[in-house]
Write a protein that binds this ligand. Structure first.
Ligand code: SF4
Length: 274
């Protein structure tokens, strides 16, 4: 019997700062979501704006490339606009959203916010399939049309987006990309504004953990209202706890969870945009 040792990943630089604005609030609750949602939809677990301010101050000497506003659905946070403006003063910001708030009026407003400074806003949206019914089966009914509509509006306002495809059906990447290009063309979405990231749910039965080529914990951390954690998968999970704040936090993690196997099975970043 072989003895397996989980790899340890060290973070050299904090380039990606993920901020979980809420862990349990989402207006959609996709079927395939990794978040364990409570029965009640009235959970007020928003991160206090002062916690975000403190984290930005504590990381002022770090070379941040991008701040990711995540959730749950980050746009449900009552202080979303203030937090966004605060983060944009520091570096580019990626809004990881289910797209349901991205109507014409909101996108026009976000363009004005972006135009106030020199940094950029990116968006990360997700679909599971190029076929509407298949995608909605994994996400929620109506998600496909909502996401395509949001991509169309974002493209019109010259925003750059990342479309994250969770390849549950394990289709060929070429077929996925060809079909999405066709959909972009049909909907007058400029495909130069959209980067497609394909990821796979883990189905590895390997006894021993593979070594990840790229894992988000190698160059980022996530801040939640409960402290600092290794990555979005392990946010608020004791196995990924790195510290109370960015004043003093751990830069190394033993990658021993099932989520870590998913990172190893995928070749790209799971949450960062590149
Ligand atoms: S799940 Fe998190 S801690 Fe584990 S390898 Fe992936 S990014 Fe690192």
């Amino acid at each position: 019997m072989s003895i397996c040792t989980a790899p340890t990943y060290k973070m050299d630089k904090l380039n990606n700062l993920f901020i979980e604005l809420t862990s349990k609030n989402c207006n959609q609750r996709c079927n395939g979501c990794y978040i364990d949602f409570p029965v009640s939809k009235n959970v007020k677990d928003f991160i206090p704006i002062d916690t975000v301010k403190e984290a930005l101050k504590d990381t002022e000497n770090e070379e941040l490339y991008c701040i990711y506003l995540t959730g749950g659905e980050p746009m449900t946070h009552p202080d979303f606009n203030s937090i966004l403006r605060m983060c944009l003063k520091r570096c580019n910001v990626c809004i990881c959203t289910n797209s349901s708030f991205l109507n014409e009026k909101k996108v026009r407003f976000l363009k004005k916010v972006e135009d106030e400074g020199s940094t950029q806003i990116f968006f990360k949206l997700s679909l599971a399939h190029f076929d509407e019914l298949e995608s909605d089966r994994i996400k929620y009914r109506g998600n496909y049309r909502q996401t395509i509509s949001a991509l169309k509006i974002l493209s019109r306002y010259n925003f750059n987006s990342v479309l994250s495809i969770q390849n549950f059906y394990r289709l060929s990447e070429l077929i996925l990309r060809e079909n999405f290009m066709r959909i972009f063309a049909d909907n007058e979405i400029k495909n130069t504004d959209i980067q497609i990231n394909i990821s796979y749910p883990n189905s590895s039965d390997d006894e021993c953990m593979l070594i990840a080529e790229k894992a988000d914990c190698m160059r980022g951390r996530i801040l939640t209202r409960n402290g600092v954690y290794a990555c979005s998968f392990l946010a608020n999970d004791y196995r990924g706890r790195m510290g109370t704040s960015f004043k003093d936090y751990s830069k190394s993690i033993t990658a021993e969870t099932n989520f870590c196997s998913t990172c190893a099975a995928n070749k790209g970043w799971m949450f960062a945009i590149g």
